[in-house]
Write a new protein. Sequence first.
Length: 440
Amino acid sequence: MRVALVVDNPLRDLPGIVLVALTLCDHGATCYLVPMNLAQRELCALAPDFVLLNYLRRANEALAQMLLDAGIGLGVLDTEGGVFPSFDSYAATMAQGSKTRLGIACYCAWGHQLARHVVEQGWYRSDQVVVTGAPRFDFYVPPWRAAALRMSSEYVGGCPPPIILVNGSFALANPAFTSPEEEAKLWAKSGHDPYEVARWQEGQRATMACFAELANNLARRFSDATFVYRPHPFERVETYHRLLDTRDNLRLTRAGTVDGWILRAAAVIQHGSSTAVEAGLAGVPALFPAWIPTAMPLRVPEVASVQCASDGKAHDRVAQAVLQHARPCDPKERLRACRRALYGGLDGGVRARASGAVRRALGLPPDWSFRRWRIVVPASWDRSLKRFGVREVAAIVTAVEEASRGSAQMRIGVRAAQCGCDYYFDYTAGRSVVLAPSGE
């Protein structure tokens, strides 16, 4: 059975998704870690039996419906379901078509409150919803805690203790992948009121400046501590070059996933960040500077000073939900639908359909360029902040295998997905990573 798992931002999501994939591999599945930025083309070229999306929102609703129409099993592991300002805010972003929502096999929820609400509102049926928790939180408890420490030793090791972690969370005002103006338009397009988005964005700018100044003041006053300012994975790092002082004990970095930093921190200072929850899981004090204005109130981080419980098995619950619903598909209709979407695009525009039809008729690969008269592989992904590959995935697998030594887990091989072996339709631009039991 071939299962594709969509990875949004590797700085936040990759280790947890790898844990899910390893559990699926233990049950004989071949797993594909698919970059979200490339999801449409990658998933169409892979034509897997089952796809686990990172969320189901307006932005990927058309893709989800195409996969369902192709007979591909579909699940959702909501990577951000627990940190929205409100249920109304969450509802504004999600897929609007009930056909798509009710067509998925499983919805893996952060917790019981969200699970109850999505059923009460009729967004999903009770038989679709499974309370799993977020797999990335599993790295705060044994045995995965040891894996997180191992993975992070390369980039955290040079920071002398005590470490005070200062986590920014201002991606609306300081986006990494678009301009602030484009980010505001995306929020409005996803269902938020444009005037409210503008107000949030202006508030975040002011809050970000105050939060950075707090880091400056603390580093100046407590010279024996190392203050590490870590912007949100979706924030632009360069903005902080003018906001943060140049001091030996104040470091600006976005290296690695946040678990390795939190596990080594004496305290975490955050402002509206889900890392407050993660600090609670790690037994590290989470401090919230309440005197700094909050642009977008988030209840979860504000109350997370109470230690949360975790059994480190969210990834296993997600994998079991997938295994319960994933079945090998009839390849004929699946391949026909995926080929059509790969060559013609999801929007079905006249130009895309025409050029795709010509490529198909001539037996050309989907990435064939008529202008250059050769296959053109986009290079933008290799420069992306969301890029990940075999090296990053293999490092996580090695750390997890080391942490779980003595368990029944089998050895898992890691490689790049290949045309002819994994991809259909002569697709050569693939960037997915394969995890499979060794020898497959």
